[in-house]
Write a protein that binds this ligand. Structure first.
Ligand SMILES: [Zn+2]
Length: 614
């Protein structure tokens, strides 16, 4: 029983509250005004340090631990081999294979990302192995730098992907310096950027017919974010000037801000990744064109590019909207979403937007892409095979990419290591809870250390429980994200009493009060199955969503995509299998499970909806 009998007169039982959700609301929602100075960037909230948050279980916590283990197992000699060979040093160990080798597609590409991801893990977990591995890789890489700091693994790397690979070296050195305490990384960062400079184009450009012939896929326009950060760490003004030079403002961000950039046909991942550079430019330069660009981009992605998973870009390109192209893609390709890279770009964009606008809808989007894309990535196999595309067509099956060590090997560890950054944010007057997942947060309010313990079986259960631990009473706000998709009223109890807190869908429910040791908050977010159409032209082709989670039909019959289903009403709980559901066909019982829980079995993501208004 949740209700308490030691409560004052305002207390009502949970059942009464649910029956009558009126009257219980009082002013509690934090209303924020516009920034006082028009050209000062709005920053509503910031994320916590990696070390402030601990995942204590649940699907994210389990995935987080598995991915750390698989990257700790990568062999340092193999990772450094192409670099040592180029430097003429002893180079023991086997080749990495695939993209990574000296003559591979992008030689040596992901080393910086492995260092970055492991640095984030080291900071968050304190894992001595992660710290040691980061240090060994940074120092090993430093030993291979050529004259003037030349960093590339081979001539091919320097000539075909100079920007793309430099960006990854930078984030590895930035993270190892700031998060893993490798002091040498600061000097290496300057040396590496200067060593790469002769290979960078002298101007920025959009990928397309104007790309240089020898580097048709390189991405000048993703460089600025980490160049701004490199300036912040080193103080070298030339990096700030480079960051500004490579911003693709005239050809991309300004038209995007004006609503006139043609997204269709553009390379999906790199154009979303570049939005992090626009976001960083907004933070650093304060020009609102960059804010409008990322807000418009988000709206374009949500309104016409995304599958129900939150992924986008079939065959790695954006589609023409309102032409039924997403539905068409179910039959024309199995390459629907470049999952680790795309989710890295999308989660970064969501965090930037959350931080500068404070709008809860970006938290909804962040939650969607986390549960339904990266969390569903097939685990690496320990032999340099990695997951790349999520497939949403009929009878799909998760598989590894055709080449070893693809781009997605680098973004997988970075995106998963960032799980801890997506759960809680800090605002001027307290904290924001963005994700409901078993975890602990530690922070200081004033000088008082506070710990918030979150326990829940969400997303398999609609209840979330919080307990506060603090040595003395303190006043601050706790804001809980209320998703847009809840199927009824959200409810909040404080110390087992209904709380007079406004909890409207698509907003934050803010509880500001004086908190005491062992105070509790209980949150209920009711949800049931709902369907989401794949695109505006095909309202009868739907995915099944349950809260934030996209459910798929596992081991489907061959013709399932042509069988009309009574959705969502026909989906029923599967007895004794929490989080799993069934749908009875005349000769087959369909098993519905989260996309993230699919292993090697075939599955269907989209279904024909019976009686759809088509
Ligand atoms: Zn990739």
């Amino acid at each position: 029983m949740k209700e308490s009998h030691d409560s004052p007169t305002s207390a009502v039982s949970r059942r009464d509250f649910l029956k009558s959700a009126t009257g219980a609301f009082a002013a509690g929602m934090l209303l924020r005004s516009s920034p006082s100075t028009p050209d000062a960037p709005r920053v509503w909230m910031t994320d916590f340090d990696y070390g402030d948050v601990r995942l204590t279980g649940g699907p994210f916590g389990d995935h987080y631990n598995r991915i750390l283990a698989s990257y700790l197992a990568l062999d340092n000699d193999r990772l450094l081999k192409v670099y040592r060979q180029r430097a003429g040093l002893p180079a023991p160990g086997e080749d990495m294979g695939g993209w990574y080798d000296a003559d591979g597609f992008v030689p040596g590409h992901a080393l910086g990302q492995f260092i970055s991801g492991l640095s984030r893990y080291a900071r968050a977990t304190g894992d001595a192995g992660a710290y040691a591995k980061v240090r060994a890789l940074v120092l090993g890489f430093g030993e291979t730098l050529g004259q003037g700091g030349y960093p590339y693994a081979s001539v091919k790397a320097a000539t075909t992907w100079p920007c793309y690979i430099l960006d990854k070296y930078e984030i590895g050195l930035l993270d190892s310096y700031r998060l893993a305490g490798v002091t040498q990384s600061k000097d290496l960062l300057s040396r590496v950027i200067r060593g790469a400079l002769p290979y960078l184009p002298d101007h920025t450009y959009d990928r397309g017919p104007d790309s240089p012939k020898q580097a048709p896929y390189d991405e000048t326009y993703i460089l600025s974010e980490n160049l701004f950060e490199s300036y912040a760490v080193t103080g070298n003004r030339e990096f700030f000037d480079l960051a500004r030079k490579y911003l693709l403002t005239a050809d991309y961000f300004a038209p995007l801000a004006a609503g006139s950039y043609p997204l269709a046909g553009k390379h999906a991942y790199s154009h979303v990744m570049a939005l992090s550079s626009a976001a960083k430019a907004y933070e650093v330069l304060g020009d609102p064109v960059y804010l409008r660009a990322i807000e418009n981009a988000w709206n374009l992605l949500e309104s016409g590019q995304q599958y129900a998973s939150g992924g986008w870009g079939p065959k790695e390109a954006f589609v023409e909207t309102d032409q039924g192209k997403l539905c068409e893609s179910l039959r024309t390709t199995q390459d629907h979403f470049e999952t680790p890279c795309g989710s890295y770009a999308q989660t970064k964009l969501a965090r930037y937007l959350l931080e500068v606008t404070g709008e809860a809808r970006y938290g909804d989007g962040l939650e969607r892409v986390l549960y339904n894309t990266i969390l569903g990535a097939k685990d690496p196999d320990g032999d340099n095979d990695f997951f790349y595309y999520s497939s949403y067509g009929p009878l799909a099956q998760k598989s590894y990419y055709k080449s070893k060590v693809p781009c997605c090997s680098g973004t997988l560890v970075q995106t998963v290591a960032d799980y801890v950054r997506n759960v809680y944010f800090r605002g001027g007057d307290g904290i924001y809870v963005n994700l409901y997942t078993p975890s602990e947060l530690r922070w200081n309010t004033g000088k008082l250390p506070v710990k918030l313990v979150q326990t829940t079986a969400y997303p398999f259960d609609d209840n979330v429980h919080f307990r506060l631990q603090l040595p003395a009473p303190a006043e601050f706000a706790i804001s809980l994200r209320i998703p847009r998709w809840i199927s009824g009223s959200a409810a909040i109890w404080i110390n087992n009493r209904t709380a007079p807190v406004r909890a409207e869908r698509g907003s934050w429910a803010t509880i500001k009060r004086r908190w005491n040791m062992n105070d509790t908050i209980e949150l209920q977010l009711p949800f049931e199955f709902r369907t989401e159409a794949i695109d505006s032209k095909n309202p009868g082709t739907v995915a099944a969503m349950h809260g934030p989670v996209m459910y798929v039909a596992a081991t489907p019959p061959e013709n399932l995509d042509s069988v009309p289903l009574h959705l969502p009403q026909g989906i029923e709980p599967l007895t004794n299998s929490p989080g799993q559901f069934k749908y009875e066909l005349p000769e087959h019982t369909l098993q519905f499970k989260p996309f993230f829980a699919v292993h090697d079995e075939r599955y269907n993501t989209y279904f024909l909806k019976q009686d759809a208004n088509v």
